[in-house]
Design a protein around this ligand. Sequence first.
Ligand code: URA
Length: 240
Amino acid sequence: MSNNNDYRQIIKQTKEYLRYLNDIGVKEIPYEKSKVKSQKSKVKDEETNNIKPTLESIKEELGDCKRCKLHKTRTNIVFGVGNPNAKLMFVGEGPGEDEDLQAEPFVGRAGQLLTKIIEAMGLKRSDVYIANVVKCRPPENRNPEPDEISECRPFLEKQIDAIKPEIIVVLGNHAAQTLLNTASGITKIRGQFFYYKDNIKVMPTFHPSYLLRNESKKKEVWEDMQKVMAELGLKIDAKK
Ligand code: URA
């Protein structure tokens, strides 16, 4: 049979079948919805089937986030940047003006100092992953507020779950207190390893913005980074 005859035959049989359905009272035929899954259903699948979210799926889930009031004043969401398989992750407080404009964390003055610290460790920015506790700039660079942190924190936690770093360096009070669930100040807890979810080491240290105002504290941060380097098996140059 030619193709055309095949089609005619199929159409004829389909019509007969539809007529038969009509005769027995079937007025509507259920159909399978598109196989292209919506982001909502992908997230649901991830939750119900325990599929590990990827940085991409986390970003999609975050979407054009309006979960807290910071969305009203931000220019861009600053999701995070770097190696999705990084062994080392840095977490800061929240984007400043430069980060808000460029949609990338730690690109302003404090960011340039962080880049120097990373390079002094023998690494590049692209070797590590850099994120913040909140992904939108708090107006006038004020501290992020508790409701803003609690809306944004699940996304940071998912990023950590996706990256599975060996060590997270938390920069300053807000990052340390958020990830370690502590009220202790950074001066008290810096320089010692803690744990996040029992298996990821966390090193609290001073925030680079604080170092810009307190040069003498750089020595302590370098001591903290040497501990991180030793843990990661990175070569330590004693002269730095
Ligand atoms: N300070 C932070 O905590 N994060 C940035 O991204 C920039 C400055």
